[in-house]
Design a protein. Structure first.
Length: 362
């Protein structure tokens, strides 16, 4: 039997091989060091744009400029460290969304991945650039809305689409009850529905599966059902190059399956976290008073929020876990060691090739 060729994820003129996009993780989890290391291995490295600036105790008027400067700096650092594919994740729900997109355009990143809301006007905000535009959705229906809006208003279609399922980390695009009761559709079912819809379109739009993808066997399985590639985040936390504090990584290494839990986030979405003392306080309904000078998330009401999600996640990235928690995917408990990005990607490639050569059950 001949050796199988490593699949290539093609997005416009970009070639990503192996077909892996590293998921954007905020706050300050996937920065320049991780994104550049991933890009150097042929994958797409993604910077999370949320909360990059050290803006505590600043006036609201400086919030936007501080974060703009921070994102610009991180993009330039990543570019200096890699000639590979570098993108930025920009959440629609951010109050400074348009400003962050503008920085991405000015810095000529390779792609913008945008979710946490429908990025209905993203083509307008990136007009004149060659940046690949990739929405994140949780259903074929949501993608249909984006596709029709973009085509009708801007004569533009998405360059690819990420379908994020219910096993992802962080904020989730499903109801709290569906996640907790395990009644949300599986990623496999959601991907099949989206692939079937995309196959009816005149354009070829790559579908990228995300949420709970852990190893090469998972990648092979989703390629088999029609995805063109995958997005992975959780696995990249436990790498040497991940920009987050070592104590954050250690939370993954010590987590057991029963430690992975769902909370109701102040932004109005369920979130998947690793249990700790702080999450127990949250589950008990405790509130942690805070001042909000900048209202960074449109969906958050500072007057009623029990705590500041931005501060909690910012503290977590610095290893201050007594007053914060760690976002994680459903398979975070399976991580058992810290390795280099190269070691991880080599392992994923080996597993993927074996599965393609011998069948998915290999």
């Amino acid at each position: 039997m001949s050796n199988p060729v490593m699949p290539i994820l093609e997005i416009g003129g970009l070639k990503i091989c192996p077909p892996i996009i590293q998921g954007g993780m905020g706050v300050r989890v996937s920065g320049a060091n991780l994104a550049s290391a991933v890009a150097n291995e042929g994958c797409a490295g993604i910077i999370a744009s949320v909360g990059l600036g050290e803006y505590e105790n600043l006036s609201a008027s400086k919030f936007v400029s501080i974060n703009n400067d921070a994102l610009r700096s991180v993009i330039r650092k990543a570019r200096a460290q890699s000639k590979g594919v570098i993108g930025v994740n920009v959440m629609v729900v951010l109050s400074n969304y348009e400003e962050l997109v503008r920085i991405c355009v000015e810095e000529k990143v390779d792609m913008i991945i945008s979710g946490s809301g429908l990025p209905l006007d993203l083509p307008k905000q990136t007009a004149g650039s060659d940046i690949k535009l990739i929405p994140i959705v949780s259903s074929a229906r949501a993608f249909n809305i984006i596709y029709k809006k973009w085509k009708q208003n801007y004569n533009k279609v998405p360059d690819a689409v990420v379908l994020e399922g219910p096993l992802a980390g962080g904020h989730l695009g499903f109801s709290y009850d569906d996640i907790n009761n395990n009644t949300a559709k599986s990623l496999e079912e959601l991907v099949k529905e989206l692939v079937a819809y995309v196959d009816t379109l005149e354009e070829k739009i790559p579908v990228i599966a995300a949420g709970g993808i852990y190893d090469g066997k998972d990648i092979a399985r989703f390629l088999e059902i029609g995805a063109s590639g995958v997005q992975m985040a959780t696995r990249f936390v436990c790498t040497d190059e991940c920009d987050v504090h070592d104590d954050f990584k250690q939370a993954y290494l010590t987590a057991k399956k029963e430690d992975i839990a769902i909370i109701n986030s102040p932004v109005g979405l369920p979130g998947r976290v690793i249990r700790n003392e702080f999450t127990q306080r949250v589950f008990r309904g405790e509130t942690i008073p805070f001042k909000c000078p900048h209202h960074c998330l449109r969906s958050c009401n500072p007057r009623t929020a029990p705590y500041c999600i931005a501060k909690v996640l910012g503290d977590a990235s610095k290893g201050k876990l007594l007053n914060s928690f760690v976002f994680a995917g459903a398979n975070a408990y399976r991580c058992t060691e810290i390795v280099s990005v190269k070691t991880l990607v080599d392992e994923l490639k080996k597993e993927l090739v074996e599965c393609l050569a011998n069948g998915i059950e290999a």
